[in-house]
Write a protein that binds this ligand. Structure first.
Ligand code: HEM
Length: 410
């Protein structure tokens, strides 16, 4: 995880504590507000393209959302907004030239980038795309240095993640508690993109397919969205009212958890007591694997309908307050404790903004194959959803087989 510099995932102890205390608080309400606006703008561009596709629909819906997740990070993380472009259109090959291309190339091939040293990736016997990953790996820290230098020179007033890190580090003037080295700036910028991209992108992808499978939940979400949409669409006004959309995110994360488990090591001997009262002695220095997937789907904690997709399980009957899981610590897609996810709120805002905008304007349906009934089409989509693998985060293996029709609402 250090291929672009030391960061808060690759470190432990004092080095982690120092970096975490500097970078985690930067994902604040300013970032949330910018995320809300940028996501809405990106979704509007996507809807313009997909609603024009007509009854044959599009097979790039899941990838379209992935692009939104990346573009939001480009804008909010680095102050580099980009237009949303349909992946179905022929691509221009600029790999290795522009900072965002380098970043996207690494984020899209993170398993290769993380496992194989750049020297090996660049070997002439490697296929072209693998060599591109190697070129990007070498290019990223140089790009990050240039961006930071440009930021220092321009002394901009922007509030993106990169400019805020630079300001903070400069103000620290070498104070060892609040300082990040050049390599740590590059490492953390890269890490935030990596940690925020695939997780949010895949969650939105799964959610979209779930919407196509369960039209009844689209209607349920639209009831609330239509009411909220009568306001001014601002983050501070709209977001807190969209309880059903956030419940929909929680339920998506429960049944399609992007990071399947947490790995921990016991610093000292301890005893774990589980909900059923059973005690498990844990010796010191034991590696522990806590499965989020098992926790999230266990009928012991979620009831007999644990396997069903029911976003309303997260709301009380009057819809006004969160109905937390009955047993504390049974829902943790953003992990828990001091190393939990600092991007939790940002991902929630992005998800809610995306589906607020999508469902305000559109209804999504599966496009039927020859001779297929609607039920069979839903069943087929469910099969695609289940054919997912954890490539660091859980991802669908056949997203291009999801053909959806996007119809503008009257
Ligand atoms: C739905 C979206 C997201 C999910 C499900 C998610 C989940 C997680 C989980 C489970 C961890 C802990 C991993 C572990 O304990 O081994 C984590 C850590 C982290 N996440 Fe997220 N995340 C999401 C979005 C984001 C976003 C948007 C960002 C930032 C832009 C982000 C930044 C990070 C960072 C920097 C860490 C490392 C924290 C540390 O080690 O101190 N995440 N995330």
């Amino acid at each position: 995880m250090e291929m672009c510099g030391p960061n808060i995932v690759s470190t432990t102890g004092d080095a982690w504590r120092r970096q975490r205390s500097i970078v985690a608080p930067l994902i604040n309400e300013k970032i949330s507000s910018a995320t809300w606006d940028e996501t809405r703008a990106q979704v509007e561009m996507m809807l313009n393209a997909y609603t024009k596709a007509g009854p044959t629909g599009t097979t790039s819906s899941v990838l379209g959302l992935k692009q939104i997740a990346f573009n939001v990070l480009g804008a909010v993380g680095y102050g580099k907004p980009q237009e949303w472009v349909d992946v179905a259109l022929p691509a221009t090959d600029t790999r290795g030239n522009d900072f965002l291309d380098v970043l996207r190339n690494l984020a899209d091939h993170i398993v290769i980038a993380a496992m194989i040293p750049a020297k090996v990736l660049l070997s002439p016997v490697m296929p072209r795309f693998v060599r591109d990953v190697g070129t990007s790996l070498i290019a990223f820290p140089k790009h990050a240095d240039t961006l930071v230098a440009e930021e220092r020179q321009s002394r901009s007033t922007s509030n993106n993640l990169m400019s805020t890190i630079v300001k903070l580090v400069d103000e620290a003037k070498g104070d060892s508690k609040t300082y990040l080295s050049k390599e740590e700036i590059s490492g953390n910028l890269f890490l935030f993109t990596l940690a925020g991209y695939d997780t949010t992108a895949n969650t939105m992808g799964f959610a979209l397919v779930l919407l196509a499978i369960y039209p009844e939940w689209q209607k349920w979400l639209q009831e609330e969205i239509d009411q909220v949409a009568q306001g001014n669409h601002e983050y501070s006004v709209s977001y807190p009212q969209l309880k059903r959309t956030l419940a929909f995110m929680f339920e998506t994360l429960r049944v399609c958890t992007p990071l399947l488990h947490a790995l921990r090591e016991s610093a000292f001997a301890d005893t774990l007591v589980c909900a059923q009262g059973l005690s498990h002695p844990i010796p010191a220095d034991t590696e522990l694997l806590l499965s989020f997937t098992v926790l999230h789907c266990s009928p012991i904690y979620w009831g007999e309908d644990a396997a069903d997709f029911k976003p309303d399980r997260w709301l009380k009957e009057d819809g006004s307050r969160w109905n937390e899981p009955l047993t504390k610590g049974t829902f943790m897609p953003w992990s828990f404790g001091p190393r939990n996810c600092p991007g939790m709120k940002m991902s929630q805002v992005e998800f809610v903004s995306a589906f607020y905008t999508i469902l305000r304007h559109c209804t999504i349906e599966p496009v039927l194959q020859d001779g297929e009934s609607l039920d069979q089409a839903r069943h087929r989509l469910n099969g695609i959803l289940r054919d997912s693998l954890p490539l660091i985060t859980l991802q669908m293996q056949r997203p291009e087989e999801v053909r959806l029709r996007w119809t503008r609402r009257g």
